[in-house]
Write a protein that binds this ligand. Structure first.
Ligand code: UGA
Length: 432
């Protein structure tokens, strides 16, 4: 059993803390928001994440997991300190490391001899060195305290599953004995452990996310072409996916990728490329295809309601950036809602998890708590997030509620044949 501190109780920090406690370690998780710490200490999970409530309850019950306000208290008694604070996108596209820098300065004076500080949040190449440098400046002797990169590969919605059953664990550290100590934390997991230099570990994270974003933009471009040549992208990706070098995953066309990771990480990698004088034109294209894909959905909606959005009522199903999360950050659905409103439409939305915070994110958007009520009198229903429950709703009721039975299915979630049989005009993505 190791003594672990996790700094930051967001998606990454909470998953890391609860899962490490589940693996038998003693974990103190710190956050700066008092109310969050209070709620977590009572077993209340502030985010929608499958498996997290059960692991939190288990950690509190066994006494292996606790929460405190302030990083110092947690770091002072830890052998391993995971930095899980946000690294948001700065105005120039780079990753803003100010939270990482502040927390590093804060914990430096209290770190134990032999402690390892571990960069878990996604941080640009060079961040392990940066944290080492700040620790040194702030009073921690680098002979006594070590730094490692250990990037997370957690998908929101399935982060607990991803943590406990990872495809790989990557540890970036120049000192093999420190890398072995970090790897011991994951001893109970059945996963390959890859030890690299810090820069390579940091690059593995960015390259992985950029590659996945590339797959999505690629398939969105193919879907757009399929529409033009009367092919069906679902058949096309099926035929591609059987090639094991390509695979089936991340080949679902849609309104473009979103979330707190792909847009930010692709921007940060482009920024880093420009900084070293490398023209990463491929990744520029990926980002541009994604931006245009959002716009393309707005164009589809506009043409389905007769060419003008002015005064038209549009119903949306789904606001989160993907299903099974309540996260709205960089959600394509919000971009699309905003564009529709800018075009003059009255836009109402239903989402199973997003709540009314979406109204603050998109002025003019009205959030409705019922999937049928949202359709009342609308000229179009646009499905923007692939919540499975949408497939099982009563489409006769939906048709009767709509002023015109138009469905724009930006996630290819619904069955076009069944809908057309019920009298809907259906349009998906990349489907003839
Ligand atoms: C992503 C990565 O999948 C994780 O491995 C990584 O750890 C995480 O970012 C991170 O950097 O922290 P996440 O942002 O939770 O995880 O979401 P994904 O499931 O990857 O989806 C991202 C976006 O791509 C969503 O908007 C989703 O709808 C879209 N997507 C995904 C598609 O449009 N098509 C697909 O085939 C797959």
């Amino acid at each position: 059993m190791s003594e672990v501190a996790v700094i930051g109780a967001g998606y990454v920090g909470l998953t890391t803390a609860t899962c490490l406690a589940h693996l038998g370690h003693r974990v103190i998780c710190a956050d700066i928001v008092e109310e969050r710490v209070e709620r977590l200490s009572k077993g209340e999970v502030p985010i929608l994440e499958d498996g997290l409530p059960a692991l939190l309850a288990e950690g509190l019950a066994t006494g292996r997991l606790s929460f405190v306000v302030g990083a110092r208290k947690a770091a002072a008694v830890a052998d391993f300190v995971f930095l899980c604070v946000p690294t948001p996108q700065a105005d120039d596209g780079s990753a803003d490391l100010s939270f990482v820098e502040d927390v590093t300065r804060e914990i430096a004076p209290v770190l134990r001899r032999g402690a390892v500080v571990i960069n878990k949040s996604t941080m640009p190449v060079g961040s392990t060195r940066l944290v080492e440098q700040i620790l040194g400046e702030a009073g921690a002797s680098i002979d006594q305290v070590r730094v490692a990169s250990n990037p997370e590969f957690l998908r929101e919605g399935t982060s607990v599953e991803d943590f406990l059953h990872p495809n790989r664990v990557v540890i970036g550290c120049d000192d093999p004995s420190v890398a072995v100590r970090v790897s011991e934390l994951y001893r109970a997991l059945d996963a390959p452990i890859l030890v690299t230099d810090p820069a390579s570990a940091e690059m593995i994270k960015y390259a992985s996310n950029a590659f996945l974003a590339t797959k999505i933009s690629f398939v969105n471009a193919i879907a757009n072409l399929c529409e033009a040549v009367d092919a069906d992208v679902r058949e096309v990706t099926l035929g591609m996916g059987y090639d094991q070098r390509i695979g089936f995953e991340f080949l679902h066309p849609g309104p473009g990728y979103g979330g707190s990771c792909f847009p930010k990480d692709t921007a940060a990698l482009l920024f880093a490329s420009r900084n070293v004088g490398y023209d990463f034109a491929l990744l520029d294209g990926v980002v541009e295809v994604n931006r245009r894909q959002h716009e393309r959905m707005v164009e589809k909606a506009t043409s389905m309601v007769g060419g003008s959005l002015e005064g038209v009522t549009i119903a949306l199903w789904g606001l989160t950036f993907k299903a099974n999360t309540d996260d709205l950050r960089d959600s394509p659905a919000l971009v699309i809602a905003q564009r529709l409103i800018e075009g003059g439409a009255n836009v109402r939305a239903f989402d199973p998890a997003a709540g009314e915070s979406a109204e603050r994110a998109v002025p003019g958007l009205v959030v409705v708590s019922d999937p049928y009520e949202v359709c009342a009198g609308a000229a179009l229903l646009a499905v923007l997030t692939e919540w499975d429950q949408f497939r099982w709703l009563d489409f006769n009721r939906v048709r009767d509620a709509l002023a015109s039975p138009n469905v724009l299915d930006t996630r290819n979630l619904l069955d076009p044949v069944a809908l057309r049989r019920r009298g809907f005009t259906y349009e998906g993505v990349g489907r003839s």
